[in-house]
Design a protein around this ligand. Structure first.
Ligand SMILES: Nc1ncnc2c1ncn2[C@@H]1O[C@H](COP(=O)(O)OP(=O)(O)OP(=O)(O)O)[C@@H](O)[C@H]1O
Ligand SMILES: [Mg+2]
Length: 419
């Protein structure tokens, strides 16, 4: 409870800067005017330069951005023409700008910063690092995936813990953020019953930080944060409800010492609402996986969440169909919850169907015992591992900083040390 009060003490300050950013985003979102260059720039703020930990617009790397009919042209100047992160930046620009209404094609043009411009970019990165202006503690290289659905009970939390576990098994460091503040289920599903600890501030300027719960899985590690690791019972959680809901997710992003992460998976509360909007605002680099069931009726509500994602310019990575046909040991397939919902939704929102997870009692058993099915053999475990491989290899590969020259980063770090 002490940790909780400590954490709560952060939550009363109102951050005007973010309210301003939110207003700007809202204005862009609701505008029916023909697309102007600012709208493109606004969504490009979701594209991080993973090396410099700041978005490419604020860094001054976007030379120009304009729409010509349904084609958006974006010119980006890189620190060096052979920048190994070029492919990552290209993909991120295309998926962000592609969410804008009326844009069907995104053409990227490349340029190289002049030595003077490079100095300016480095200055911006430096002052950002110094002022700690980064809006969250999530590193710029982290791939952020929000797992959402239009309605409750379709398997968001099960998909989150199993996908996170499958990614960690492959050796990745995966953050798991339970954004279902009052309906938390992540701690139980991962078998964690300890309490989060807090690290006090080292100086008056610094704020104290919450330390996520670490769980080693295979060759990797999960770093988990949930309200369920702060309050003693769900009844206690309810007591804090009104006071904290609006700020809770923000605090999880600001005041948790996440450290380095390859992926951050966010288990969203059911439906569309404040938390959804807050995330799009706080983590403009987030992308969404939509979970649905095979029932054709479920797809209508899932379309709503995908619409919401588009309105806040969050690219939809794809659809995951959960509770697909039950497979008997002798190979028969029983589509108890219907068929085709995942594929139909994918077509409707023009996103790929990334996988179908069968209905399998071991999923709920694993959720209750804290041993996710993703580490077990069987159709469901295999399906989750296949999904993780597809994400890593094709849909959202991790950003490997070892490929980078990282000279810029070293330069910033050295200058900061010397200041
Ligand atoms: N493929 C599956 N096979 C069998 N049971 C499943 C499957 N997926 C989820 N479940 C079970 O269905 C229930 C709901 O799943 P889960 O809690 O993951 O859904 P949710 O979308 O996160 O729900 P909420 O909206 O309440 O947060 C749980 O008991 C879970 O164990
Ligand atoms: Mg849930």
């Amino acid at each position: 409870m002490e940790t909780f009060s400590y954490w709560l003490s952060f939550s009363v300050s109102i951050n005007l800067r973010w309210i301003t950013v939110n207003l700007i985003t809202t204005l862009v979102v609701v505008s029916d005017e023909p697309l102007d260059d600012n709208a493109i720039l606004e969504v490009l703020r979701g594209v991080m330069d993973p090396e410099l930990n700041l978005n490419i617009v604020d860094l001054g790397m976007v030379r120009s951005a304009h729409a010509d009919g349904s084609t958006a042209h974006v010119t980006i100047a890189l620190t060096t023409a052979g920048c190994p992160l070029r492919a990552t930046i290209k993909r991120d620009c295309e998926s962000r700008v592609g969410t804008l209404p009326g844009i069907t094609k995104v053409t990227l043009h490349w340029d190289e910063l002049t030595p003077e411009e490079r100095t300016k970019v480095m200055d911006r990165a430096r002052s950002n690092a110094r002022d700690n202006a980064a809006p969250t503690q999530i590193p710029g290289r982290t791939r952020v995936i929000s797992i959402a659905s239009g309605k409750g009970g379709v398997g968001k939390s099960s998909v989150t813990v199993n996908l996170a576990t499958a990614l960690a098994t492959e050796g990745f460091t995966v953050g798991v953020l339970d954004a279902d503040i009052w309906g938390f289920s992540i701690p139980r599903m991962l078998g964690i019953d300890s309490r989060l600890s807090a690290r006090p501030a080292h100086s008056e300027e610094e704020r104290g930080k919450i330390v996520p719960e670490h769980k080693k899985v295979g060759r990797g590690v999960l770093k988990v944060v949930s309200t369920g690791l702060m309050v003693d019972t769900e009844e206690t959680a309810l007591m804090w409800r009104g006071l904290m809901l609006a700020k809770a997710v923000e605090q999880f992003l600001h005041d948790v010492d996440w450290g380095d992460l390859d992926y951050l998976l966010i288990d969203m509360p059911p439906g569309t609402g404040d938390v959804q909007m807050a995330l799009a605002r706080l983590l403009p680099q987030a992308e969404m996986l939509v979970v649905t069931t095979p029932a054709l009726s479920a797809q209508k509500v899932a379309v709503r969440v995908a619409d919401m994602a588009r309105r806040s310019h969050m690219p939809v990575l794809g659809v995951i169909e959960n509770m697909g046909a039950f497979q008997t040991p002798d190979g028969q397939s029983w589509p108890l919850f219907g068929e085709g919902g995942g594929q139909r939704l994918a077509e409707e929102i023009s996103a790929p169907l990334l996988g179908s997870i069968p209905l399998e009692p071991s999923i709920s058993k694993g959720g209750d015992s804290g041993e996710p099915v993703a580490i077990q053999n069987g159709p469901a475990g295999n399906a989750f591992r296949k999904l993780a491989t597809r994400i890593v290899e094709e849909i959202l590969p991790p950003i490997n900083m070892e490929d980078c020259s990282a000279t810029e980063i070293t330069e910033v770090a050295v200058t900061l040390r010397n200041e």
